[in-house]
Design a protein around this ligand. Sequence first.
Ligand code: PMP
Length: 382
Amino acid sequence: MDSLAAFATDKLAALESQSLRRRLRPTRRTDGVCVERGGRRLVSFSCNDYLGLSHHPAVKAAAAAAIESEGLGAGASRLVTGDNPLLATLERRLAALKGAEAACVFGSGYLANLGIIPTFMGAGDIVLVDELAHACIWGGARLSGAQVISFRHNDVDDLTGKLAAARGSARRALVATDGVFSMDGDIAPLDDISRTAQAWDAWLLVDDAHGLGVVGGGVGVGALFPSARIDLSMGTLSKALGAYGAYVCAAQPVIDLIKSRTRTVVYTTALPPAVAAGALAALDIIITEPKRVAAPRLRARRLTRSLGLPTAESAIVPIVLGDAETALAAAADLERQGLLAVAIRPPTVPANTARLRIACSALHTESQIDDLAAALQPWMQA
Ligand code: PMP
């Protein structure tokens, strides 16, 4: 075996021995809420398609029509020949929804955070990141070359102390956090965080991937904190919008600079126009169907009520089980009962907090939530 393959084999064996090896499982999402896996149909609680829009007839029709007229791929980066007018239309709609001057779309949420942070931050700067923020915020912060400082989850006192200690010698400062935390479903105290950031002359980036279409009447987490100043309001098109890609909303010059300098805009092929068309149709639904928007959180609350857990703040309910083996065993037990809830293990979550991350959808029926609660009950005492 050559040296690289031997290295990979050893690494895989080490991961396997800790129950941390990950494997892809072929899965077809046959509608907004069910999947086919291993020849079986399972009710999924592991999709971020919170409103079921990935399979909505209007969304699919809009995307199909755009493929017919615009083709499949964008063909080049936006600055070359890939700037299909659908992208600008989508940006205008997102900026209007968020009450921002302008927006820029990206190929994915990961690319967005990886690109945005190094556009504004560099050596001599500090980036303060909530310890549970998404991996791509950490990735962007590290890539920027700034000093990266972790603050305790949702702990504004810790953030303040760390800003106080490091701000003086730093040129510029950025605070970066999820709005709705992807693995815990809780919400950052953005009014306090924003006040602190302003007091220390720091910019604020909020990742609203799991807020758009779900909280704040669908507008996202910013709507829950109208007094907060969010300088960079980032989010994804891949969750409640049922599409793919991401956006950031900000002041016009900020967006102009991103479009001119951000490497994950400049050096990458544009979002396919059909994806933008689908996302636009999904935005229409979010704006016109408040009952659909409210539903995932109502389902999540039904689940937390049945299980005696703290009231869900979003569509996400973490069932923290501890070690990776227990989380895998619980997921296998649920799968036998026709329920898909994938085990989330370190390093996606901190050590000893392996969990089932339940994502509720507007399309889940109350009885599906009750079946899930019954299947989880034995694991709650584990
Ligand atoms: N931010 C958060 C909070 C996420 O949960 C995710 C992925 N689920 C991303 C960013 C990355 O988005 P994408 O999947 O579009 O790359």
